[in-house]
Design a protein. Structure first.
Lengths: 324, 557
């Protein structure tokens, strides 16, 4: 059976923001919580007071209380005050909408194109010529010299939604539509999230990780990703299995016949910590299980069971493990 | 109907063949019988959709649970949502409206009794079609299965490419058919209210119950028609080669979202207004005072009706609308809070200075007021679009709308059951079982839905069949599931109360609550055609005037 991925990860709480948009949203959230909390305390106390003070007792059941039909002054008061509260809330909200959505894009920004697939994530870096899947790497953004990442969000099939709570609010990936969001995480680390718009059978295991790297680490990662896939003569048998089965219809590995785009690019598969969009750790045993019977890890995923012989399976797994 | 039928009005009588009784109920055009059929039909579906909810909760009890497969789980939440909205909430509220409106306005039936029967049977057919999909809706493997596209059925999940077989067609046609039923009922209610009022009952003297259902019916006409149009467009896509929503052929996924939510959001108010109607009748009677600020209540209702038509895209804050659109839908959504707040204050004003009787109907009203307050405030948080970018599609939203639908609508419905059951059956529901029902349900409700907000804040999305361990969601989900079990127990108490009180309940008499509206002036259950002589009214509380000739309301209006 697949082992779940267990490395130290960020929390997924929306109340521990690490980017400018997330912090701005968090500030507004606290303001709204404070106001609604105050309204709750006020109205709930009125209700409780009313229930206690005006409870009927059996002794005066026969008498009716004074019949009051209304009061224009009171009605006016409890109309005007909510109107004022709504105006204040709206002004505060509109500022944040503008600050997050209409922020100008600095020239130092990194572009990443995020493409949602059933049920995995494709990340393309047009400035760097990198294609990867499920684990996005971006540089940490120094508040003094911000290097934010601007995400262009597309979908290959159904609706999806990009949500890493610590990095910011979610934005949907919708076919035939180009959406955008930006993040500038100030702290390195691995941030987790997942697809937040129901996209089909395995919506639940369309997990998402964002590795926020220190500048040196990010540069090293970029250099590694830009290299052609490793060609190791020791695993030529496995490579032959890969190139002569339907693997190549969906997956790509640079320097081979494989150039499919339905599934993740595998040229640097071993640089990723997880497989199956975060459903399992990237170990030899899990890789083998995944190829033999994907339903054991992610029932309903679009990866077919490859029905290979044990020998072919071993060879193929060995080949994939050289793709660093 | 012959006079003979009137004489043996009611339930399986003595000396009659059961087929005669069945025939009478199937062919009836009586608003009271149709009302009760709506309610019974909805109660059956309430139990079915409740079982689906329990399956969902058991699966989510802990991380990586394997109680059901992802495919089954996705069908369960789709069927649970669709059933609860279209085949529980709508019909049960129509049932009460059908039963009570003619009685409250001094009419002998609805304006169009045959349309009334037709609307009921359309709604019924819709529900049966939806559930027939378990057998008939061939899916990917040819065997039957139910729809699994979620109750919003976002495009392009419903396109042939992503939803092969016929399960989505059953969903589409079930909603289309029952939608026509809803439109028929809405037309009927509007015509009845506008044309069938008894002498003296001008619009300003109608019980608030009638006003709220009038506005609700107007909203149905505006909101359900786009849904029906969208369902037809979806059928055209699936069978006639249309490309409205087929993104692979250049169609628009967001077009469906707009169509669905321009129905979907007013729909929330279509459901909540009739429950405001229950509260506005029950709170005054149990506080022994008239409703505070009747004209303002009517005005606030009409205002909600209008504003709720311009808030739909707050369900779509995450689809990448520009900042102006997001700001617009933020302020309109927040503005709904104003008339709703006015209503809460007016109910408090009604209780203020009264002599509150804490019988079961009032207990449920108090639960409603408290929970609806919280639901409204979490609604303000979600209306704030940047906050919604975080909370949208998370369990916080699930908790919020269950707070509205269970904490608000269902509590008000329970109040209505305890209040009007004596009128409908002639017997009181047991107070002892009622208190058990109330307290169990309050505890179960809060254990479930208070706690459910937290996993949303901790980043748990909705509609996932399982989740990863180590995110702080396990314990919370277990508590939520325990709460759901307590709620299920409370529902069993309620159903038992409904059944046992039908035979053993205390006889109610005409007016067990010492109430003021016209339905309490006739015997319980009311005879066919309701009133031997059409009553005439001189104020909003005709029975108060009768009981207090020294100080009638008519003096102050």
């Amino acid at each position: 059976m697949a082992q779940p991925a267990t490395s130290p990860l960020s929390s997924t709480s929306i109340f521990s923001p690490t980017t400018t948009p997330a912090r701005t949203i968090f500030g507004l959230s606290m303001f709204v919580l404070a106001i609604t909390g105050f309204i709750f305390c006020f109205v709930a106390s009125l209700l409780v007071y009313c229930l206690v003070k005006f409870r009927g007792c059996p002794s005066d059941a026969a008498r009716e209380p004074a019949q009051v039909y209304g009061s224009t002054q009171i009605e006016l008061a409890w109309t005007v005050i909510p109107v004022l509260i709504v105006i204040v809330l709206f002004m505060a909200t509109a500022r944040v909408i503008h600050a997050v959505q209409d922020a100008p894009k600095p020239s130092a920004a990194l572009d990443v194109t995020v493409i949602g697939h059933q049920f995995w994530w494709e990340f393309r870096y047009p400035q760097l010529g990198i294609v990867t899947a499920n684990e996005m790497h971006i540089p940490v953004s120094d508040p003094a010299h911000p290097t934010p990442t601007f995400l262009k969000l597309l979908s290959a099939d159904t609706d999806h939604s990009f949500w890493v709570p610590e990095l910011g609010g979610k934005t949907d990936l919708i076919p035939n539509r180009v959406n955008q969001m930006w993040i500038d995480p100030a702290r390195p680390g691995i941030y987790v999230g997942q697809c937040a718009q129901y996209c089909g059978t395995q919506h639940a295991k369309m997990l998402l990780r964002v590795s926020v790297d220190r500048p040196d680490d990010f540069d090293a990662w970029v250099r590694a990703q830009r290299q052609a896939a490793v060609q190791d003569p020791k695993v030529i048998a496995g490579k032959r299995v890969f190139e002569t089965t339907s693997c190549i219809n969906c997956h790509a590995v640079s320097g081979t016949a494989a150039d499919g785009r339905f599934g993740p690019d595998l040229a640097h598969l071993m640089s990723r910590r997880t497989i199956a969009s975060g459903a399992a750790e990237n170990t030899s045993a899990n890789l083998r299980t995944w190829i033999r019977n994907p339903d054991a890890i992610k029932p309903g995923s679009l990866m077919p069971a490859m029905k290979l012989s044990d020998a072919d399976l071993d060879a193929l797994t060995a080949y994939l493990e050289t793709l660093r | 109907m012959s006079t003979n039928v009137i004489a043996i009005e009611g339930f399986p009588g003595t000396g009659r063949l059961w087929t005669e009784t069945l025939h009478e109920w199937v062919t009836t055009v009586d608003h009271k019988k149709l009302g009760m059929m709506y309610i019974l039909y909805a109660l059956v579906f309430l139990v079915i959709a409740g079982i689906e909810a329990m399956i969902i909760r058991i699966q989510l009890m802990h991380s990586h649970n394997n109680f059901v497969s992802p495919q089954v789980f996705n069908r369960m939440f789709t069927m649970h949502g669709t059933t609860m909205i279209f085949f529980v909430a709508m019909p049960i509220l129509f049932g009460f409206a059908n039963y009570l409106i003619p009685l409250m306005i001094g009419a002998r039936d609805m304006a169009f009794p045959r349309l009334n029967a037709f609307s009921f049977w359309l709604t019924a057919l819709g529900g049966f079609l939806l559930y027939f999909s378990f057998l008939g809706g061939s899916g990917l493997y040819g065997a039957g299965n139910a729809p699994d596209v979620g109750w919003w059925a976002y495009a392009p999940l419903t396109a042939k490419a992503f939803s092969p077989g016929h399960s989505s067609d059953y969903w589409t046609i079930a909603l289309l058919v029952s939608g026509f039923g809803s439109i028929g009922t809405a037309i009927n209610i509007i015509a009845t209210v506008l044309c069938m009022r008894c002498p003296g009952m001008h619009l300003g003297r109608m019980p608030l119950f009638v006003w709220l259902n009038l506005v609700m019916s107007g909203m149905i006409l505006i909101a359900v028609t786009p849904l029906s149009a969208a369902q037809i467009m979806l059928l055209v896509d699936r069978y006639l080669g249309g490309h409205f929503f087929d993104t692979q052929a250049g169609g628009s996924a967001t077009l469906w979202m707009h169509f669905f939510w321009i129905f979907g959001h007013p729909e929330v108010y279509v459901l909540i207004l009739p429950t405001f109607a229950f509260i506005s009748e029950i709170v005054p009677v149990f506080s022994r005072k008239p409703i505070f600020g009747y004209p303002v209540m009517v005005g606030a209702t009409v205002f909600i009706g209008f504003v709720s038509m311009s808030v739909w895209a707050h369900h779509m804050f995450t689809i990448g609308m520009n900042s102006y659109a997001n700001s617009f839908f933020t302020i309109t959504s927040m503005a709904v809070g104003i008339p709703t707040g006015i209503k809460i204050f007016n109910w408090l004003g009604t209780m203020w200075g009264g002599r509150i009787r804490f019988q079961t109907p009032m207990l449920f009203c108090v639960g409603f007021l408290f929970q609806f307050l919280i639901a409204g405030l979490t609604g303000i948080m979600l209306a704030c679009s940047p906050f919604d970018w975080q909370l949208s599609s998370s369990y916080f939203v699930v908790a919020h709308f269950h707070y509205v639908i269970v904490g608000g609508i269902l509590f008000a419905l329970f109040a209505a059951f305890y209040y009007w059951y004596p009128k409908m059956t002639g017997r009181m529901l047991s107070e002892r079982l009622g208190k058990w029902h109330f307290w169990l349900f309050v505890i179960g409700f809060h254990v479930t839905f208070d706690v459910m907000h937290i996993p949303g804040i901790l980043g748990m999305p909705r509609r996932i069949y399982t989740y990863e361990p180590g995110r702080g969601w396990d314990t919370l989900n277990l508590i939520v599931t325990i709460g759901a079990v307590i709620q299920a127990a409370a529902i069993l108490v309620f159903v038992w109360n409904l059944v046992s009180s039908y035979w053993k309940g205390r006889l109610a008499g005409n007016d067990p609550w010492d109430a003021w509206t016209l339905e309490w002036s006739v015997v319980s259950p009311p005879p066919a055609y309701n009133f031997a002589t059409v009553p005439a009214v001189a104020s909003r509380r005709p029975l108060w005037d009768l009981k207090h000739p020294e100080d009638p309301d008519s003096r102050y209006e």
